[in-house]
Structure formats: C-alpha cells, structure tokens
Design a binder for this molecule. Structure first.
Ligand code: CP
Ligand code: NVA
Length: 301
C-alpha cells in the first residue's frame, strides 16, 4: 500500500523520531561531502499550482543528491491549465514516477490527486497545511534547542494560515505547547483546536503569546491566493508584527522561525529576521535534509 504525506496525521510520533534521526544523519553526511545514493533509479515529479522557491529547489536538490531524478511541472505550462482533470494527471504521473509532490490551493484538489495516484503523494503546501515546512521547523528547533517536547512555541499573526494550522496539528505528535497570538477572525477553526486538546492557547495579546516562549514563529499576513484581501489583512494584523520589543519578551536565547518568503516591515521587522536570534536560514536549508528522509520513507518504505 502506498503511503501519502498530506497532513501530519499521516505519520506517527514514532515515525517522526526515525525520520528526524535519519535527517540528522543525512545532514551530517552532506556536511562531510559523502555521497548517498539511496534513491538511485527512482523518479520524483513536482507539480506546482502556486509559486515556489524553497519547496521547488529543496525537493529537487534532495532527490538529485540521493541519486534520483526529478521532473518539475507548473500547472500553467501543462495540460492542467487547459482543463485536463487532476485525476487524469495523477494517473499519468503514476506511470513515470515513484513519488509526487503537489502544491495546490484547496485540499479537495490535493485529496482527489492523491486518491487517483498509484504512487505516494506529498503535500507541498495547500490551504489546509504546509506539513513539510513544519517538519523542517521542528527539526530546526531540535537542532538548536534540543528536544521539542516540553518547549513553548508562539505563533503570531495569521494563525488560520496553512502554517498556523499545521502547527496546531503538530502539537499532537511533538509534545510542545503552542500559543497563538492573533486577532478574532485569524484563529484556526474550533474543530482543529479541539483536536489539539489543551496543548494550544489562543490570545489576542501578542505579548502574552510570546512571554517566556522558546521559539517565536510568524508567517506572511497574506498567503498565496488571498491577494485581494491584502489591504484588510494589513489593517487587521497591524500590531502583531514580530519586532525587537516583542521578541524581548520571549525567553533569552529564544529562536525565531519564518518559513519564508518574508515581508520585512509587515509580519516581521528586518532587525528580527536578520538578527542573532533568527534561525530562518538553517530552517530553509533543513527543508532539504528532512525531505530527503521523507522521500526515503515514502519511496523505500
Ligand atoms: N517556505 C516555502 O514553502 O517557500 P516557497 O514558497 O518558496 O516554496
Ligand atoms: N502561508 C504562506 C506560506 C508560504 C510558504 C502561503 O501560503 O502563501
């Protein structure tokens, strides 16, 4: 049976431990310039319905560095743009590839693609979540601060975004406390919060969210596909910018994460993004190391 990675619930806490250990080992191998060929002869297809820099490059680099090959397709330049169904596209790709990564809009589209695909499908960002990014984020926390278990992570701004939602979901597998600092209207759905049990605390006060936190995270205020709402979002989220004054309320030595791309002066100040507590460049690099481990798991079992 093929195994997809569409949401964090598709793997278990035990799987994540093995995955992170493998990602640490693969990162160390890469730093020693060792060649790993665990995916030689395997092929990955990346399908993008939205823009990407990191996801595109990190998946390509991961696959090539493990000895595999990759084809990247944008829906705009494929027959998808001319109305070929997502199901037909998935069936055709299954004949060529050992794994597919799909970045799309609605989760119905992602689920329909996965259902029609005979090979494992990875969610490369959808409206409902960005699970591969969360893996890189928590791997970075472990690398910088030790075990994620028992840590307090504060997420500021648009907590209903794909990043906010995946962080809420992650509390069920990684044993951290999550504090969401956002105005009314930017909270994840009540059902998702209920699933997380008592691990998530929501406040409209950004200082309360950040106080004593080990990790402070934010994401853009206007996600891809929401551009028409940008002016309203700027106005309503104004006051939730992660700046130096807010960061000073976190634990000394706290780290800052942002999945990038960032908008300096909107959700995060330039001083914080480029400052000594920022772990964002490691976070971006770690996408590749963690995805290598994920590709091995889904392709090799
Ligand atoms: N963080 C992230 O997914 O970046 P891209 O949109 O550049 O892939
Ligand atoms: N929430 C952002 C993440 C970008 C990687 C978006 O969906 O645009």
């Amino acid at each position: 049976m093929k195994r997809d990675f569409l949401t964090l619930s598709d793997l278990t806490e035990a799987d994540y431990r093995v995955l992170f250990d493998r990602a640490h080992a693969l990162k160390a191998s890469r730093k020693r310039k060792e060649v790993v060929t665990s995916l030689a002869g395997r092929h990955l297809v990346l399908v993008f319905e939205k823009a990407s820099t990191r996801t595109h490059l990190s998946f390509e680099a991961a696959m090539y560095q493990l000895g595999g090959t990759v084809t990247t397709l944008s829906s705009a330049s494929s027959q998808i743009a001319r109305g070929e169904t997502i199901e037909d596209t998935a069936r055709v790709i299954s004949g060529y590839a050992d794994c597919v990564m799909f970045r799309t809009f609605g989760d119905e589209r992602l689920n329909a693609f996965a259902k029609a695909s005979a090979v494992p499908v990875i969610n490369g960002l959808s409206e409902g979540g960005h699970p591969v990014q969360i893996l890189a984020d928590l791997f970075t926390v472990e690398e910088r601060l030790g075990s994620v278990k028992g840590k307090t992570i504060a997420f500021l701004g648009d907590c209903a975004s794909n990043m906010g939602r995946s962080f809420v979901e992650a509390t069920r597998f990684f044993g951290f406390e999550l504090r969401l600092g956002c105005p009314e209207g930017y909270r994840p759905a009540a059902a998702l919060l209920a699933e997380a049990g008592g691990r998530v605390h929501v406040t409209a006060d950004p200082a309360e969210a950040v106080r004593g936190a080990d990790v402070v995270v934010t994401d853009v205020w206007t996600s891809m596909g929401q551009e028409a709402e940008s002016a309203r979002r700027m106005k309503e989220l104004h006051g939730y910018q992660l700046d130096e004054a807010l960061l000073a309320k976190a634990k000394p030595g706290a780290i800052v994460l942002h999945c990038l791309p960032a908008h300096r002066g909107e959700e995060i100040s330039a001083g914080v993004l480029d400052g000594p507590q920022s772990a964002v460049w490691d976070e971006a690099e770690n996408r590749m190391h963690v995805q290598k481990a994920l590709l091995e798991k889904l392709i090799l079992g």
